[in-house]
Ligand binder design. Structure first.
Ligand SMILES: CC(C)(COP(=O)(O)OP(=O)(O)OC[C@H]1O[C@@H](n2cnc3c(N)ncnc32)[C@H](O)[C@@H]1OP(=O)(O)O)[C@@H](O)C(=O)NCCC(=O)NCCS
Length: 180
């Protein structure tokens, strides 16, 4: 899937072709990429080779590419209780590429990909004390707070659950009374 292509001029004058790809067929070569970007980002590892592979095959992994080289990944799963809902579990961009607007574009591409796949809503969670992060998801991406997940990761921290509507449910049109 090519959701978006645009050029980015770096300070060195180079121009890169930026593209988002939705991985629909398992690609073992991407396992290392997912694990490496995760390790560059978090002190505590999110993905092992096994969970990265699981997300590539059974979930939905989106990859952000610059001149065909992966610079970001995003992992989503489909909700068990609400099959038309996706859970956006993780999104990260390689440190050197951050702060240039790519995260925002990548996120919008992911929403487009999910929407095209028939997903109607997307949820994600943010640590409750991260008020700035919560506000960002509300203001920048149109999420709304829908609940609290107490001590979600057994770290004595609550998570705030946010939901965004990607495409509203179709409301059945009621038959109008016959006035003839
Ligand atoms: C979050 C992240 C993907 C944003 O990418 P980016 O390319 O830096 O984003 P942009 O240049 O479009 O940033 C615009 C602003 O929106 C925020 N933003 C953009 N996309 C975001 C996203 N998907 N999630 C959270 N915030 C985001 C940025 O933090 C930035 O905020 P600031 O102006 O207060 O610094 C990137 O910074 C990253 O990988 N951070 C580490 C991992 C992380 O925090 N992931 C989100 C939680 S799982």
């Amino acid at each position: 899937m090519v959701a978006l292509e645009y050029s980015l001029s770096g300070k060195n004058g180079l121009t890169y072709r930026i593209e988002t790809r939705e991985i629909k067929e398992h690609d073992p070569a991407l396992i290392k990429t997912v694990v490496d970007i995760d390790l560059m980002t978090w002190s505590e590892q999110t993905f092992s080779r096994y969970t990265a592979a699981l997300m590539l095959r059974q979930g939905r992994t989106f990859v952000l590419l610059a001149d065909n080289v992966p610079i970001g990944t995003c992992q989503c799963i489909r909700s068990w209780e609400r099959p038309s809902e996706a859970v956006l579990f993780s999104i990260s961009i390689r440190p050197g590429w951050r702060g240039r607007g790519l995260g925002t574009r990548f996120m919008e591409d992911v929403f487009d990909g999910l929407r095209r796949g028939g997903i109607r809503t997307v949820v994600l969670s943010v640590t409750a004390h991260n008020a700035q992060g919560i506000r960002k998801y509300e203001e920048l991406f149109g999420f709304s707070v829908v609940g609290v997940l107490p001590d979600e990761y057994a770290k004595k921290e609550d998570e705030v659950l946010l939901r965004k509507v990607l495409q509203p449910d179709l409301i059945p049109v009621q038959a109008l009374p016959d006035r003839s």
